[in-house]
Design a protein around this ligand. Sequence first.
Ligand SMILES: [Zn+2]
Length: 315
Amino acid sequence: MNYTCSNCGGSFDVPETVSVVTCPYCGLTVNIKVGKLDFEHYFYPAIYDAQTAYGRLKSILSRQFGVPKGFSDQINLMGRVLHYIPLYLFYVEGRSKGGQEVLEVEYVALPALKMLPVPIPQGYSFPVRGKIYFKPQIVKDAKFYSPTVSIDDLEKIARARVYNRFSRELDLAGRGLEAKIESRCEGLVHYPIWEFRYSYLNYQFNGFVDAVNGEVLYGQYLVSTMHRTISMSLGVGLIFAGAIIGLISGLALSAPLIGLIGGVPPAFAGAIPLFMRGAYKVQTYTLKVFGTYEREASLGKEIIEAVKFIGRIPI
Ligand SMILES: [Zn+2]
């Protein structure tokens, strides 16, 4: 179905199943069934401008193991895009059932896209403070995305996140209390993430930086030939050592062949990551998030299904 934006006049396709849509050109968000928006729409201004965000990316890349000297000074910036990702914001409240009441209140923001155009680590915590009411006039030259995941599916994840943490706390308190969860959707938030495309020699890379807190989410870089050679030699050395150890233990049992067979495969398995590192010149930095993401799936099948929605487009 084709839809024309009432703010900027841009027209775009809308899936039949979705009711809340965002104009990709100006970011105006409406419920097309009601004709306006029946909840709040916020956005985060980009605190980190393109230059500062790119500086953060270069600084992370220059500190990676095996990156050529001067890599971050010699890369050429080829293009940049400010992606505005839709997040649904949920207010979630946990209460204990029975006994003395324990209360926990939390805001949870989750991406509302089935396929993310940017590599957001699973379990990444988006800030909930600092958002402002959306006005299409203030946003220029950014790419907006319309939500593609239903509010209900995301709300299950938000509830599960709080439920798990809260019920663990209640368990620790050890009074046999049960968690009861209340929640509501507080609105849609568009969240800015920078994408940079850059080149070095004949290679092209991309990197992503959170435009609100300056966190580098993802970045590709080159690993120098010398480092690759070292990795390769380590791999060969590991297999060789495995063969020797296998042979020695085999000789001790007067069955050298069996020893050899026993020694090589585990050494080979150990060497594979080293070979992989050696065989590819392009390496990737990704932000590590230590969260409780896996445990969120423990609440039920429908939540696992909802979590599965949040894949990402391979880069
Ligand atoms: Zn528009």
